[in-house]
Each structure stands twice: as structure tokens, then as C-alpha cells.
Design a protein around this ligand. Sequence first.
Ligand code: SF4
Ligand code: SF4
Ligand code: FES
Length: 549
Amino acid sequence: MADAPKPTSVKLTVDGKPVEVKPGTNLIEAAKQAGAQIPYYCYHPRLTIAANCRMCLVEVSNAPKLVPGCQTPVAENLAVQTRSARVKDAQRAVLEFLLLNHPVDCSICDQAGECKLEDYYMMYDFKPSRLEGGKVLKNKRKVLGPLVVIDQERCILCTRCVRFMEEVAQDRQLGVFGRGSHEVVDIFPNKPLDSNYAGNTVDICPVGALLSRDFRFKARSWFLSATPSVCTGCSRGCNTYADWFNGVTYRYRPRENEAVNKSWMCDQGRLSYKSLNADRVEDARLGKKAEGKTAVFEQAVASAAEKLKVGAANLGFLASPVASVEDLLAGFALAKQLGLKTVFVGGRADGASDKILMQADKNPNRTGLTQIAKANGFEVKPFSALVDDINGGKVRSVYAVGGEVPVGARDAGVVFSKLELFVASATNHSELTDEAHVLLPAATHVEDHGTFVNFEGRAQRFVKCYPAPGNAKPHWQWASAISRTLGGEAAFKTAAEVFAALSTIVPELKDFDWQKAQPRATARKGSLHPLSAGGDGRPAGYREWMEAR
Ligand code: SF4
Ligand code: SF4
Ligand code: FES
């Protein structure tokens, strides 16, 4: 006899509200779909179930005792109560236990403002401690590795971090040691937490136990705005939040994208935000660094246009795959106008890769560059060919979109010092940009809207966080202003206009809906915070949270 077909959905009620979910869904996820909220600590949708915190206990119609919502799958016609008196008592009891030895030093804790212990205490407990006598004392600042420090007193032993290292990072660098109330999360003797994915343990730690040594004590989370962005550390293009305040990016956090990075990012990418703040080109400069003078926008554009016109006979076009699609579209349009047919590809040198996320290509937009070059009929050559052509005297002038090169900036600077003309728009100063006769200050990806195409050919939008520093402008704005001065018609006011006008010839981009693809920090149904950052359920930034209310 043939087996009966398996059901494709299960009907149940959560706090009296009917909901239909996939078989196997646990009660926490089913409640989210019903618009209810079951609080949890140890549960993480991307990790195995530990069911050790008991914060998710709920009442169900098919069991006499409360059951953990993280571990209990839905059943047909099940009635789940998430707010009954028994559930509330249990939630209060669990919080009282968790807080028994907790130091409650929120005022000096980096997690304050985005801590689930704080949040749940306010929502489900709100009672004074009944503890008499001293708390158990543990190590309050043990450095676990290059990026992570632990305050063991704050740890609630949910084991999310331990499971993450084993299951996702595939590197068992954390464990739980000791017994009873003296249990601690720690590293193994003489083995630091040095995985390239260690920073994710800070994200998923629901309390202020695991902290980033890089971010610690730099900013209060409620001052930070979180803007959806894309990591530029390699060609994977992990989705991120850039957390910023007052024109400074303080950290990247992973933003959930099932297809690209799930809920994670690597530490190399996580720390790549630093180049947004350090040694930025803020003013246009006419003349090499040694003798150069600051120029305003119009002067710089006029000078670049005039010089490029004169030097066009032996001109080379250098494009960086760190620049966005919009920057490159405008850069290629100008190069075409100047009569060029070859592009030399700069960008960062290849580096390490792994089987989790990290790609060897350390440039976020090589695929986009290649697509745009092909569509414009350009021959693509490596940076080494440009070096040969400069050394051989074949190229005597260079127009560059982006200052990143795969050899050391010092070595590149020595070669470029031989040029009669070097016009470059660049984000950061280097020994290469020191050699530019016209240096145009460029905006980074957090200072404008735009698109990167990752190694799989996935076009991903990023969003402007704050204005570029000083007089920096997006590469596309410099390129189109020079083009206009040389008689072109480019008169773009926004990156959206650049994309709309210039991407139609690129087959892979012509159907990309630029506006629709814009990532938005949207409310997640059933989450504590309307703008949770990802699987960790953290808020995406206090200000956005306030706006969304
Ligand atoms: S350090 Fe954080 S994530 Fe790890 S067990 Fe403790 S509370 Fe959980
Ligand atoms: S894998 Fe690549 S894109 Fe993802 S966080 Fe790391 S460097 Fe950034
Ligand atoms: S979330 Fe269910 S027991 Fe911790």
C-alpha cells in the first residue's frame, strides 16, 4: 500500500490566533508567524538546539508541563499560550536565575542598548533581586583572541558562541568549563580564539559577555545609526549594516541574506570599515603631493579636463574593481569619450580564501567592472600590463578611477612617477596618489548610493549613510563633470541617474531594478525590535527603531 502523502502544513493557534506553518517548525518560529513573541536566549535559527536557557517556556494543549518553544515542533490543532500566568511566572523565574549572579553593570557594558538581558528584564521581570550575600565572581576581562574579549560574569551560558564555533566556523575554539554556578565559557589552554569568523560570536552573544576588542568603549549603541550596506572586503559581498555616527563608521555587522552570507561575515571584512575613516582624500589637489595646491571642484574639473585632452594620445585608463557600478559606468563613459579602448584593471591583490564565505578576490566589484568593460567594447588588461606600458614609454598619461592597485602603493608610485600626467579620483591617500598631478577626492560606498556585482554575478545595492568628508564626491560625479567640460552631455545629479542612463547597454544589468533592489531596514515580524539586524535579533540602531515606532 502506498504511503499516505505527508502533510505540507500544520494548523495551530498561538494565543488563540490561528496560524498555518510548515511541519517541523518550532513554536518560536510559529509564534513569530502568528505575530506573537516567545523570548529566547540560547535558540538561534542557524544553530543546533541546546534548549538550556528555558526562557522560551510556553504552555501547550498536549502536555501537562511547560515546554521549550525552541525545541518543540508544531502539532496539528495545538493550542499554544505565550502569555498565560504560568508562562509569565516561568519567564520571571528564569530571569531571576539568570540575573542571580549577573553583575548588572549595564552602565559600563558595551552591550547596553542592544542586550537581551536588559530587554527581557524590562519586558518579563522588572522585579528587584532577592539575593542576599555576594555574587559569584569571575574573570571580567579575559582576552580570548585578537578580536574578542570575554566578561565571564555577564555570560548566561547559553552556548550560542560554542555552537557557532563548532557548527559554522568549523573550528572548536570555545568550550564550557567548570561546574554549577562556577561554569565559564573559555578558550582551551594556549589556543586563542583566532578564527577569521570569531567576530560573529560577539554578534550572537545575547548579553555583554563576548565583546569586540575593536569596538569596545568606542560608542554607545543608541547613538549609532545602522544603514544596510555591502562589505567591500572581498568579492562575496556579504550583506552588512554599517553602524555610524556623525560621519564616522564605527563597525560593520552582518545583515541577513540567505543566498549570500546567511547571518555571518568574516573578521577580515568586519574590520575593513577602518579604511573609511583613515587617511581620506578630502580636497582636490593640483600638482603632485610635494608641490600640489588645493583646488575647488570647478578648478579641479577644468584642470583635469584640459590636461586629459592634451595627454589623450598616450593615455591609459586604470579602473578599480573597488569602485561601484555607477562609478565605473561614468568612468568608462569618459574613457570612451577620450577615445580609449583598453582598460587596465587595478584593485587589491588576491588574498586568502576559505570554504565558508571569504573569496580570494579582495575586490567587491570585479564582475561589475568586467561586465561594463565588455559592454563598452573595452579590452581588459591586468595592472602589470600598465606597468610594462609605462616603463616602456607606451603610456605617458593615466586617468584612474580608484587608487587601489594590486602591488604595493610605494612600488606603484615609483612607476607612476614617470608619467607626464596622472589624473586620479581616489578615496584614500597613498604613495601612489602622492604622484597624481590632479587628485580628485572620492566618496566611499558608505557615502553614496550604488551597486556592486559579486563573484556570482549578483548585483547588490548599498545605501548612503552620510555625506563624504571635506570636498569628496563620488567617482561618477568627477567623471561626468570632466566629460561635460570636454563637451559631453553627462549631467547626472545622482547615482540613480547614472545607472538609469548608462547601464542599459550592459546586458547583465539592464533588467536590474535599481530602486526596488535598495535594501531597507525593515521590521521583522514577531521580533522584539522592529528592525532586527539578522538571526541574532539585535536592533539595527536606536534611531531607526525610534523612527519605525
Ligand atoms: S559568552 Fe555569550 S554566547 Fe557564549 S555562552 Fe555566554 S552568553 Fe552565550
Ligand atoms: S567574506 Fe568577503 S564580503 Fe564577506 S565579510 Fe568577509 S571580506 Fe567581507
Ligand atoms: S531558547 Fe529555548 S531553552 Fe533557550
